[in-house]
Design a binder for this molecule. Structure first.
Ligand code: UD1
Length: 358
């Protein structure tokens, strides 16, 4: 059996790692296509190296652009790739422009498409990711849902016959990396002279927080006013927008720092007092590490983190401050994101569906 995985943005490289490992273990041919949506080494190459993926087989080198330009360039390039490889499955990940481009290209070529992390919904139609995931779910042949909540969303959209609950592959990779970095102090602490438990770790990159100057100014001011140093691992998007809008990303408690490689990020999150973020992945990683999270958004797809008390939504500076300084939540044994073996289930489902035994 042959699977082509299409990835392009940082969180997809993280999800790719356990899939690649499980595919190899099952003797499945796995071709990796990198669209080039993310190209800075710290957003791309380090993940392939640190997570043992090796180099992508195909690199489209698409780069940045408006949604239409970027997605269109991917579509134009992917047809030929799928035609050459003719896989049993095209596997697409999450909700980026790379996801929707690959799903659309493959489905029009009558190549079966499987969507990993299917069924997530924010119900916020202002988010580019919401359109990407809804369109991908409705185009795909097999919907690999990470949670019960995701299964419920797909069911209510009439997609239950194509849906299977596999768990969350991010849990697989997170648990492995957590165990690797356990007991090893984060390099970030030495570099910035920080004490464990005496800083917050922050990431902000979403369009709704970065693109409007007033909004970015408010978010930066909210972080700058926190009661401990706030290390902002600054994605190139927020750096570019801060320059364009004249907003300082180092002010008050706020200290801008380049993005970290995945093991360093996990080590830094583990010894932080809390995470403040608008990233979907980091909300969940914080929960799995049992680090309190404050999410700078009006809603989240990962509702379980909020229901279990480990995540709060924050819009204003006051809400960010209240969220970050709240008491530690009650411990929980709940495992809404699976048992760390989701990738094996994904490969087993793809094999089963190819054999027609599903
Ligand atoms: C994308 C995804 C988002 C995901 C995020 C993870 C879409 C619509 N959004 O957002 O869902 O959460 O990746 O990080 O697909 N840039 C660089 N170097 C890079 C990549 C980007 O400098 O390697 C800069 C460029 O100025 C670019 C901007 O970041 O225009 C935005 O990049 P883009 O890939 O469009 O979206 P992200 O914000 O990264």
């Amino acid at each position: 059996m042959k699977i082509v995985s299409v990835v392009g943005a940082r969180p997809q490289f993280v999800k790719l790692a356990p899939i690649h490992k499980a595919a190899k273990a099952a003797g499945v041919e796995h071709v990796i296509v990198h669209t080039g949506q993310h190209y800075d080494p710290m957003l791309s190459d380090v993940f392939f190296e640190d997570l043992g993926i090796g180099a992508p087989d195909v690199h489209l080198g698409v780069g940045s652009g408006s949604h239409g330009v970027q997605t269109g360039a991917m579509l134009a390039a992917l047809d030929a790739v799928f035609d050459e490889h003719r896989p049993d499955w095209v596997l697409v990940y999450g909700d980026t422009n790379s996801t929707v481009a690959a799903a659309l290209s493959a489905v029009k070529m009558h190549i079966p498409v499987a969507h990993l992390e299917a069924g997530l919904r924010s119900f916020n139609r202002r988010m580019p990711e919401e359109h990407n995931r809804v369109m991908t779910d409705h185009a795909a042949d097999l919907l690999l849902a990470p949670t019960e909540v995701a299964v419920d969303h797909l069911t209510s959209e009439g997609l239950a016959p194509r849906t299977v609950l596999v768990g969350d592959v991010m849990t697989d990779v997170l648990f492995e990396v957590r165990d690797e970095v356990a007991g090893r102090p984060s390099d970030l602490l030495a570099e910035l002279g920080l004490e464990p438990g005496e800083y917050y770790l922050a990431t902000i990159h979403r369009a709704e927080n970065t693109d409007d100057p007033g909004r970015l100014r408010d978010v930066a001011a909210g972080l700058a006013g926190l009661d401990r140093p706030v290390i902002l691992l600054a994605h190139p998007r927020v750096v570019a927008k801060a320059v364009a809008h004249g907003v300082a990303l180092t002010q008050g408690s706020l200290i801008a720092h380049p993005p970290l490689a995945y093991p360093d990020l996990i080590a830094a999150a583990l010894s932080s007092a809390g995470v403040v973020t608008d990233s979907g992945g980091l909300q969940k990683e914080a929960f799995l590490l049992r680090v309190p999270c404050t999410t700078v958004r009006t809603e989240t797809e990962w509702v379980e983190t909020v229901e279990l008390g480990w995540n709060v939504l924050a819009g204003t500076a006051e809400e960010i401050s209240a969220g970050a300084s709240r008491p530690r939540p009650a411990d929980t044994d709940e495992a809404p994101y699976g048992d760390g073996h989701a990738a094996e289930r994904v490969i087993a489902e793809l094999i089963r569906a190819t054999d027609g035994t599903r």
